[in-house]
Write a protein that binds this ligand. Structure first.
Ligand code: ADP
Length: 713
């Protein structure tokens, strides 16, 4: 038990001793003071249960001392018992109570009374102490409970923020001011596949792209609200691929703006957006290049330079030529030193036209092929000799995609993209970009081809205009001459001395020229009708043999004049449903051509073959070169180099339209130096659909070659 302090104040030592003697107890600590001042000093430092204060003291008496005690906060509640001699005036007693005395003892005092009174105050003091202690304890407990509640609240808040951070799709982090790990949300661990240990300290830096790390560290070191708080950088995911992220950080400060405690931040995956932006930029640039030139070799070169390295380490464009062969127009490598190896890989593996893989296959199927990984082992297996095995070793692992160049369903070629050193793997995104580039390139190629064709067409038209004007001019000049002659003769014949039959030759010649003009104009009219879709037919019953004889009759004179010998073989009378005038036009044209281009022996044959009529017109002239056999049926196409043979290059074009209009066929067989044979196959009745045989096929027909070989003459 702690001792209780009791202050005894008396200027006389015997007074103090008397009190000490009475109050002597192990539970009291009697503190003595011989003056008011000394008493006040004690009171400044210690707590007392009661003060026994002598009234009569020099300098500062008991009342004055009591007044000061009562004014002090620390001592104002300490009970004061005044002690005074018995002979003192009663007034002192009242004065004592006036300055705050609790009691008044008169000396000599009764020890028992003194002890009891002091014991009461000591008891009160102790109780007060107890209450104080309890209050303190209570307070302390309350404080503790409060602190606990606060801790719980903070924990709850922390958890709530953690849930919130885990529920958003971005990476959320908190780094300490030195950039070391403090917190990463669930998304970080899911995305990176890292453990907490592997993210600890500065270990997180290991999965930031080396090119972007300095930028990020710089941001952490220097970013402030004035200097931007974000940057873009690539972060490695658990599958080993870097994806672009937008990093945004916010400093947490201690107080002063420079005193950064930590960095709170988010990392948003912007890979897809960035890819999309890059792709759009790439395709826009490609679009500009594709329209910049009509020379498609040059265009493909520019495109390949744009595609490497954005899409590939090297690429090649292989285009189908007119004869169906695959021709490599452009091959471009990022590293010129590796161009030769790339060419070999291209030729041996990727673009061999026979191969079941590679460009040849893509062109056949029209479908993109993607080779995620062409490792040297596969190439090794495909290699056919030791040089190819070495090549396979040299090339190492690569990834490739081959995309068809398709426009309006037509395949023009293929473009091959290969990635090796860059380690790029061709996923769906790259395939889509490559296919879009393929489509745009194919369109540009087609446009450039069409441009060339239109240029050619313009050239042909200009040639035609010059030929046509020449053709029209010749009969007009001749006609004019004849008319001038008639006029001259008429002027001279004023006296009537020339007989009229002198004019008949001129008139006859004029009529021929007019006929020639009419025929030319007829041809032009037919072409214009064909162009405008107004080329119509009027079908009717016709005797095919008669029709042929009529045409032959009309050509007797010209045959004789041209030194031609015509042999005709016609099957018995056959009735057909044709447009008589148009078929006459066809036979006339073929016969006239034979007379014009191959005067000499001409054979004409008409025979029935099942439901069809075959008409063959064969001559023994110079023939037509093989590569021209198809074009002679096109507009304005003339093969002959003999300028003296007139013609517009439209006859066979019109013939073809008439034959098509009869659902027939025209073929030509020709050997240079061995003549030409035109073979017409016309259904007897074009309005009847041919009957199919049991297997659902058209009945077998003698082919043109057989018909040609079985010519009667
Ligand atoms: P044109 O006779 O007015 O030139 P065509 O369309 O009738 O026009 O014939 C096209 C071309 O075909 C001719 O210019 C000629 O070169 C070639 N041709 C047609 N028939 C024969 C033939 N029997 N022998 C050789 N060449 C021919």
């Amino acid at each position: 038990m702690e001792k209780v302090n009791i202050l005894v104040v008396d200027d006389r030592p015997e007074g103090i001793l008397a009190v000490q003697a009475v109050l002597s107890s192990p539970s009291y600590n009697i503190v003595t003071a011989s003056s008011g001042n000394e008493a006040l000093r004690h009171l400044l430092h210690d707590d007392f249960a009661v003060i026994l204060l002598d009234v009569q003291m020099p300098i500062m008496n008991g009342f004055e001392t009591a007044s000061v005690i009562k004014t002090r906060e620390k001592s104002k509640d300490i009970p004061i018992i005044f002690m005074s001699a018995i002979n003192q005036d009663e007034q002192y007693v009242y004065q004592g109570y006036g300055v705050g005395a609790i009691d008044y003892l008169l000396k000599p005092f009764d020890p028992y009374i003194l002890r009891s009174k002091v014991a009461i105050f000591v008891d009160i003091f102790k109780k007060k102490q107890l209450i104080k202690e309890q209050a303190l304890k209570l307070y302390e407990n309350e404080v503790k409970a409060h602190a606990l509640a606060l801790d719980r609240l903070e924990l709850e808040n922390l958890r709530r923020y953690q849930y919130l951070a885990d529920s958003i799709p971005q990476i959320v982090f908190r780094l300490l001011s030195d950039g070391s790990y403090d917190y990463f949300n669930k998304v970080w661990f899911e995305y990176t596949g890292l453990s907490v240990q592997n993210s600890n300290g500065m270990k997180w830096k290991d999965i930031i792209h080396p090119q972007d790390l300095p930028k990020l560290l710089e941001l952490l070191e220097h970013a402030s609200n004035e200097h931007g708080l974000e940057c873009e950088c690539r972060i490695l995911n658990k599958h080993g691929a870097f994806r672009w992220h937008l990093i945004r950080v916010q400093p947490e400060r201690y107080g002063s703006p420079k005193d950064i405690k930590s960095w709170l931040g988010t990392a948003t995956d912007i890979e897809d957006r960035k890819k999309m932006e890059d792709t759009q930029r790439f395709l826009a640039e490609a679009g500009e290049l594709l329209v910049s030139s009509l020379d498609y070799r040059r265009t493909l070169q520019s495109i390949s330079r744009l595609a490497v390295p954005y899409l590939a380490d090297w690429c090649s464009f292989d285009i189908l030529s007119d004869d169906g062969k695959l021709e490599n127009l452009v091959i471009h490598h990022n590293d010129p030193a590796k161009l030769d190896s790339a060419k070999k890989l291209h030729d041996v593996y990727l673009c061999s036209s026979n191969s079941k893989v590679g460009a040849g296959h893509v062109i056949k199927t029209g479908k993109t092929q993607v080779y995620q990984r062409i490792d040297s082992q596969i190439l090794h297996q495909l290699a056919q000799d030791s040089s190819q095995i070495n090549l396979a070793r040299e090339l190492g692992d690569s990834s490739a995609m081959i995309v068809p160049l398709t426009v309006h369903g037509k395949i023009l070629g293929a473009v091959t993209f290969v990635s090796a050193e860059s380690g790029r793997k061709y996923d769906q995104h790259w395939v889509e970009v490559a296919e879009e580039l393929g489509r745009r390139t194919a369109l540009a190629l087609e446009n450039s081809k069409l441009y060339k064709l239109s240029q050619k067409a313009i050239e042909v038209r200009n040639d035609f205009l010059s030929i046509a004007s020449h053709e029209l001019n010749t009969p007009i000049t001749s006609l004019k001459l004849q008319l001038q002659m008639v006029k001259k003769t008429l002027t001279m014949n004023k006296g009537g001395e020339f007989p009229l039959d002198r004019f008949s030759k001129s008139v006859e010649a004029s009529v021929k020229q007019v006929d020639r003009l009419i025929a030319l104009i007829q041809v032009l009219l037919d072409v214009s009708r064909i162009q405008s879709g107004k080329f119509t037919f009027s079908f009717g019953q016709v005797n095919a043999a008669e029709l042929l004889s009529e045409v032959v009759d009309r050509h007797q004179e010209i045959l004789v004049n041209s030194d031609c010998e015509l042999k005709v073989k016609v099957d018995e009378e056959l009735t057909v449903n044709w447009d008589k005038t148009r078929i006459e036009q066809v036979i006339t044209n073929l016969l006239t051509n034979a007379i014009k281009y191959a005067p000499g022996k001409i054979e004409l044959c008409l025979k029935q073959e099942q439901e069809n009529i075959r008409i063959l017109v064969k001559d023994h002239g110079q023939g037509i070169p093989k590569d021209k056999l198809q074009v002679i049926f096109d507009r304005f196409e003339r093969v002959t180099s003999n300028e003296s043979v007139s013609g517009l290059g439209l006859g066979l074009f019109i013939v073809k339209q008439i034959v098509d209009g009869h659902h027939g066929m025209i073929e030509v067989v020709s050997e240079p130096g061995d003549g030409t044979c035109f073979i017409l196959t016309l259904p007897m009745d074009p309005s009847v659909k041919p009957e199919l045989n049991q297997s659902g096929e058209l009945p077998a027909q003698q082919n043109a070659e057989e018909s040609y070989n079985s010519l009667p003459l």
